[in-house]
Each structure stands twice: as C-alpha cells, then as structure tokens.
Design a protein around this ligand. Structure first.
Ligand SMILES: Cc1ncc(COP(=O)(O)O)c(C=O)c1O
Length: 311
C-alpha cells in the first residue's frame, strides 16, 4: 500500500465542547483536539522535530520504541522527509497501527518484550548501528519538551489566557511535563500571569506518575512489572517505568494538581459519548483526561488534551 505523507507542521484547534454538541456542554471545558494532526495524536508534535534533528545531525536512520502511536508518527515524518525509520513494537500489543507504520515504509521490529524492554532494546540497537534514537528517555529527549511546549503556547493564544486546569493522559509523563514547561516559559516571559493546575489521567492497570502522586510520594517509584495489566484500551498509558515520570510528578505538585486512575470502562464510555454526541473521534486512553476533568475541574475552566481514533 502506497501512502501520501507531507512535511506538515502539527497544530490543533481548541474546541469549545459547547459548540460541537451537548456532551460536556454544561462545563467550561475546551478540547485541545490533537486528532487533526497528520497521524492523529500529539506525538506529531515531537516526531517532526526529531526527524529534522536527525537529518541536521547527518543520520540516515531514526529509531523509536512504541506502543503504536509514536511509531506511526515517526514513520510518517521519516517518510515525508526522506530518511529510514526503524520502529520497535512489543508483539503482545494489539494495536491497529502496524499496517500504517509498514505503509509508511518503516522497518518494524516486533519482539515478545514489554514496552520498557523494547525501549532498552531499540536504544541498544541504535548505539550499535549508528541510528538516531527518538525513544523516550533517549539522549535526544529535550526535543520532546520543545515539541509539547507548543501545545501550551497554542492554548494560551487560542484562549487569550491560561486556563485554571489542563487535563492530560499520562504514560511516560512527557506530554504533561512539556505542556507544563510551555506555561512556565509563558509566565517567566511575563505573558501569562499563572500556570494552570495539571490533572493527570492514567490507567487503573498501573502508572508510576499517578501511583506516586496518589500515594503522596515526592520521588517517583517504579511499579512491579508483574502488577501491571495491559489491555486493548490502556496500551498508550500502562507502564511500570515512566521515562519523564519525575518531571511530571514535580509538575503535579508544583501546580497543586490532581491525578487519578481511570478504568477501561470509563475511558470507553467517555470515548463513546464524544463519538455519538459530539461526533468527535477520541481514543479511549485519551478520553481518560475527560473523565478526570469531570472529577476535578467541573466548576473550572479546563482544557482537555485529546487525541483521535479511527475506531
Ligand atoms: C494517545 C496517547 N495519549 C497519551 C500518551 C501518553 O503520553 P506520555 O507518554 O507523553 O505521557 C500516549 C503515549 O503513547 C498516547 O499515544
């Protein structure tokens, strides 16, 4: 299958739920809908920058370990800008993005490893083979913060002010920390008079950031590998190690934030509501951030970061 790719910068609308349906219309919620990006998620924010950085530094191959979304995004931009992508996916992941990744011409490495093991495996392969590694926690990870900060700048420009809360789905914690950092820069430069409080949503199957926050720990803890439970819905969020977990945890404390686990059923129901009432396609894992927004920010101005789903 041949697919079209385009070297297009990501960027997303801020939608007042009130304007598209009545699903969450009784609340002051704004949807930062990353589903419009070329591969439908916020990962496009960082993938384009990683591919550009790889090319600038003279690499011919870019690698990434992924649960699916990030791999699709790196493969897309690698194709659009003309370098090779190697994408490592744990074979037990049931996600639907394999075909898309292959269609972008990426080499797919599938192995019976946990996600975190795949991150280590790909990093090792990148070192041996001279690839640029874009996996979480790699030496190139500062790019992630620059990419996700742009979500904060867009929110600020679209609203005209900083909201009370920003609710974000959490896996490695990178997206949350990057948005926090963007607001921090806006405040330090004198543009914004405040940083929103952050709300972290993750899977009841287990996540170090939410677990550590709920238990009042200031230092992030890793979870027991055997205690985490992967399902079709929670794959982007489930983790025993969060690569930017400490920074996300700090952001939660510094902004007087909130965090909680969300069940698969709650995510799926929320996603269904967006689809049936708002006619908006939202990945269930991402819809977790709307569940936590309702839980903690029902009386406030809250921006919910959402990604798309073709299901
Ligand atoms: C759709 C979606 N939402 C949220 C996340 C979690 O983001 P982060 O790992 O930056 O916390 C991911 C990560 O893969 C994702 O694909």
């Amino acid at each position: 299958m041949e697919v079209e790719t385009e070297d297009k910068p990501p960027g997303s609308p801020l939608i007042r739920d009130f304007d598209i349906g009545n699903y969450l219309a009784n609340y002051n919620f704004f949807l930062k809908y990353e589903g419009v990006n070329p591969t439908g998620t916020q990962k496009d924010r960082i993938s384009k920058k990683h591919v550009e950085n790889a090319i600038e530094k003279g690499y011919e191959t870019i690698s990434v370990a992924t649960c699916g979304n990030y791999g699709a995004s790196i493969a897309y931009y690698a194709r659009a800008m003309g370098i090779k992508a190697v994408v490592g996916i744990p074979s037990e992941y049931s996600n639907s993005r394999y075909a898309e990744i292959a269609a972008y011409g990426a080499e797919v490495i599938e192995k019976p490893l946990k996600y975190e093991e795949m991150v280590e495996h790909i990093r090792d392969q990148a070192d041996r083979n001279g690839w640029y590694d874009a996996s979480p926690g790699s030496q190139n990870k500062d790019i992630d913060i620059a990419g996700y900060s742009e979500i904060a700048y867009e929110i600020y420009d679209q609203l005209g002010f900083a909201p009370d809360y920003v609710s974000v789905p959490v896996g490695n914690g990178t997206t949350m920390y990057g948005i926090y950092y963007g607001f921090l820069k806006l405040m330090r430069s004198g543009r914004s008079d405040k940083i929103p409080s952050f709300i972290g949503a993750s899977t009841a199957g287990g996540n170090p950031v939410v677990y550590s926050f709920m238990n009042g720990f200031r230092r992030i803890v890793e979870l027991d590998q055997n205690s985490i439970v992967e399902t079709h819905s929670n794959e982007p969020l489930i983790a025993y190690r969060s690569y930017d977990g400490q920074r996300a945890l700090d952001a939660l404390y510094k902004t007087n934030g909130k965090a909680s686990y969300v069940s698969d059923e709650e995510m799926v129901n929320m996603s269904r509501g967006f689809r049936e009432i708002d006619h908006l396609s939202v990945l269930p894992a991402s819809a977790s951030a709307a569940v936590t927004a309702l839980k903690y920010a029902a009386d406030n101005i809250c921006v919910i970061v959402l990604t798309g789903s073709d299901k």
